[in-house]
Ligand binder design. Structure first.
Ligand SMILES: Cc1cc2nc3c(=O)[nH]c(=O)nc-3n(C[C@H](O)[C@H](O)[C@H](O)COP(=O)(O)O)c2cc1C
Length: 125
């Protein structure tokens, strides 16, 4: 990131960026009605919605970061956005046009092989 190890201010700023939604121009906060809280189905649905938003955005040239850190101070998020108390705040998504020259955007994580994660039954090789 070009941040020196002993540069405390910049290191702190790096941490704060997560709370600032990485300074992205758009922040989407996903919430669900508290009456849906019992059981895990609404959490499952929120994951699907989140995934759909990220893929749809990417298709249109927009980058996203699903960002749990962005709602850690949920009371602040609630205050700023006016999200009512009958809504549970699930997560948020930072969205914007990706900057390819920004070092963090060049990070590529390794993937586990599909065969190590999925057990296929009834399919021939
Ligand atoms: C549920 C969830 C929560 C995440 N929370 C954060 C976060 O708080 N801060 C962050 O920088 N990235 C967060 N991410 C994004 C991941 O760090 C990572 O960028 C994303 O999963 C894609 O990276 P990958 O290619 O390594 O999977 C989150 C992702 C998911 C799915």
């Amino acid at each position: 990131m070009g941040i020196a190890r002993d540069d405390k201010d910049m290191r702190q700023d790096w941490v704060m960026r997560g709370f600032r939604q990485f300074d992205a121009p758009v922040s989407i906060v996903l919430t669900f009605d508290k009456v849906l809280e019992a059981g895990a189905v609404c959490h499952f649905d929120m994951g699907a919605i989140c995934f759909g938003i990220v893929l749809g955005a990417w298709e249109r040239g927009l980058g996203c970061v699903i960002n749990s850190q962005g709602i850690m101070q949920s009371q602040v998020v609630r205050e700023v956005t006016g999200i009512p108390e009958d809504q549970n705040i699930m997560t948020c998504i930072a969205m914007g046009y990706p900057d390819g020259s920004f070092s963090a955007n060049g990070v590529r994580s390794r993937r586990e092989d599909t065969d190590d994660l999925v057990h296929f039954v009834g399919f021939e090789d």
